[in-house]
Ligand binder design. Structure first.
Ligand SMILES: [Zn+2]
Ligand SMILES: [Zn+2]
Length: 157
């Protein structure tokens, strides 16, 4: 078990439990295990989450984990985003309208704080009469490590 660090942004099991109850959900070890797994591996895929949860709860079915993950996403305790051409990713960092930078070479994903701080943070040229709720921003690029690897591999030895 991890110990709770003061000042850390990671909620304790007790805080997870309170959030679950305030969303009308029972506190189960399955839900807590999924929250722990997603919290420990920001931007994990559903498959990554399954592997990690099963280290703690070996008998839980893949389907149950998917159902819990979808439900936690629906109540906003987990957020989901889908990088282009890659499986959906999950994280417990929710509600801050942060964006993502995605390396097209290795798939690395990093959080980018919203420059405006609230959604939608882009002003559209046309709103089509809609009440706009959010804008999804993905910065695509080549990460620092990949840039370095490319520079090294093209250097004459
Ligand atoms: Zn990369
Ligand atoms: Zn993120």
């Amino acid at each position: 078990m991890e110990t709770t660090q003061t000042g850390a942004s990671h909620p304790s099991q007790q805080e997870w439990a309170e959030q679950l109850r305030s969303n009308g959900r029972r506190v189960t070890k399955q839900r807590l295990a999924v929250l722990d797994a997603v919290d420990a591996m920001p931007h994990a895929t559903a498959d990554d989450t399954v592997r990690r949860v099963r280290q703690v709860l070996p008998n839980i079915s893949v389907q149950s984990i998917y159902v819990v993950l979808a439900d936690l996403t629906a109540i906003g305790m987990v957020s989901k985003f889908e990088p282009p051409g890659s499986p959906a990713r999950y994280e417990t960092r929710t509600g801050d309208n942060h964006h993502h930078a995605y390396c097209i070479n290795c798939g690395m994903i990093a959080d980018v704080a919203c420059a405006v701080g609230h959604s939608p943070c882009l002003t559209p040229s046309e709103d089509h009469g809609m009440k706009l709720l959010s804008a999804e921003v993905v910065y695509r690029g080549i990460c620092a490590q990949c840039q370095q690897d490319m520079a090294n591999s093209s250097a004459v030895q």
